[in-house]
Design a protein around this ligand. Structure first.
Ligand code: ZN
Length: 465
């Protein structure tokens, strides 16, 4: 009998990791890192809940670190199987994992230098060498191409529309009655009719569905993000200030660049310099530009008409070196700085926040989800000062947040997508959400769809009968 165990992504939006064990084959769907508050982050350091050498495969839905970030640890600790993802995710994962290792090494080095870590010496969770050993194990698989595993298990990837290359994963396992049971792992589910990303695939039937619930209790604003973004940029520039956008290097940065390109072309905002200050975001933008065929129809049409990548425009500057990044601190004319990390938990954006937050002329704009306990969430909730690199920094800049750039389906869109499933599943599992979001979505599924639904606990195991 096949078992499903929840090793992460329960009660939190991070650490996605699900074990499937059919008795003939054993694999993970996603291998994510826990992020956010300290209690969650400490889970990354605990003994792994499954012996890595006991796994045959790891399947990755998409390249965000909360879905792939523990891969180097699993490989270092004995995993010798194959890792499967779409080709775009494979390329993105290489960059994201190298950056994750780099951030951890930097943070450990900085903590040791300043002596603010409780651990002496502070150590990174894994290193660049661990990543170099893990990345060659990743092999690419196409959407809609079934893959056969021992004992009659099948795996198939479908478009998820969340970031470039993202997938939902359908697994079919043999059951005791001689039939099969299908399990759909939604991964992070995108939205319909948005720029850059394709619509998510609609599945008609699955016996078990794991549905994400990042925005399970909220709806995104319906309106076009451009007017509000133009208002923020124009007002900040009129004050003589600069706009800092902490943005996830993968996804949000490219959507923002695409939107800024359109707004500049229309004259909705002045021709301010736009700096992308994140080597990772730059490399990822290059992957987007290399995989135009994976973009949505509108983005492909811009490329066909202009011959240019729809994320590139005049007065856009890519800052690769730390020296160029530091030089930006001494620049006082209005500009837009897009830098990672998106929740301001690390990376170069911390230096920009430290530099720009104390000045009321500046503005900070969050365009992505902010997990509990992160600096991003504290700032969004109106913190008057914030700790960066062990120092208290006063917050006088305007802090704004926009959710319309999100590539997570909201509560209404999640339900709409679930309604596409024609036959009620045996059970739905609500995962990948803060507790209140998961509870809200589970309630809505029960009420509107009348499905059997539960919110699994960390490490809970289910028999797929
Ligand atoms: Zn994601």
């Amino acid at each position: 009998m096949a078992l499903l165990q929840f090793l992460g992504g329960t009660g939190t939006v991070t650490g996605s990791k699900y074990l499937v064990d059919t008795g003939k084959v054993r694999f993970l769907v996603d291998c994510g890192m826990f992020q956010g508050n300290k209690n969650l982050r400490l889970r990354n350091w605990e003994a792994l809940p499954v012996r890595p050498s006991s796994l045959d495969h790891i399947f990755l839905t998409h390249a965000h670190v909360d879905h792939i970030g523990m891969l180097p640890v699993f490989v270092r600790d004995g995993f010798r199987g194959s890792v499967w993802s779409t080709e775009v995710t494979r390329e993105l994962a290489e960059i994201n994992l190298a950056d994750a290792a780099h951030l951890q090494e930097e943070d450990a080095r900085f903590a040791n230098k300043k002596g603010f870590s409780k651990h002496k010496p502070a150590l990174p969770l894994y290193t660049g060498e661990d990543v170099e050993r893990a990345v060659p194990l990743i092999r690419s698989i196409d959407y809609r191409k079934p893959m056969d595993l021992p004992g009659g298990t099948k795996v198939m990837f479908h478009e998820a529309g969340h970031v470039l290359g993202s997938a939902m994963i359908e697994v079919s396992v043999p059951a005791a009655d001689g039939r099969t049971r299908s399990i759909l792992f939604s991964g992070d589910l995108g939205r319909r009719d948005v720029v850059v990303d394709n619509d998510p695939f609609v599945i008609e039937k699955a016996d078990y569905i794991l549905i994400e619930s990042t925005y399970g209790d909220r709806e995104h604003p319906d309106e076009d993000p451009e007017p509000e973004l133009a208002e923020i940029i124009n007002a900040t520039a009129a004050r003589g200030g600069s706009l800092v956008v902490p943005a996830f290097a993968l996804g949000r940065t490219q959507i923002l660049l695409y939107t800024l390109r359109g707004m500049k072309a229309k004259g909705a905002i002045p021709d301010l310099p736009v700096y992308v200050d994140s080597p990772m975001a730059i490399s990822i933008t290059e992957i987007y530009c290399r995989h135009i065929e994976s973009l949505d129809r509108q983005a492909r049409a811009i490329f066909s008409a202009t011959g240019e990548c729809p994320m590139i425009f005049p007065n856009l500057h890519f800052l690769r070196s730390p020296a160029e990044s530091k030089e930006l601190n001494s620049q006082h004319f209005p500009c837009i700085i897009i830098s990672a990390s998106g929740m301001a938990t690390g990376g170069r954006v911390l230096h920009h926040l430290k530099c720009r937050l104390p000045d009321p002329r500046n503005a900070v704009l969050f365009i992505g989800f902010q997990a509990n306990g992160t600096r991003g969430q504290l700032l969004k909730d109106g913190a008057r000062e914030i700790k960066i690199h062990g120092e208290q920094v006063p917050v006088r800049a305007q802090v704004r947040a926009m959710e319309s750039f999100s590539r997570h389906a909201d509560s209404r869109e999640l339900l709409h997508w679930l309604r596409g499933v024609r036959v009620p599943p045996r059970q739905a599992f609500v995962v990948h959400g803060e507790p209140e979001s998961s509870a809200a979505l589970a309630g809505e599924i029960r009420r509107a769809l009348k499905w059997k639904v539960s919110i699994p606990e960390h490490l809970e195991t289910i028999e797929l009968k």
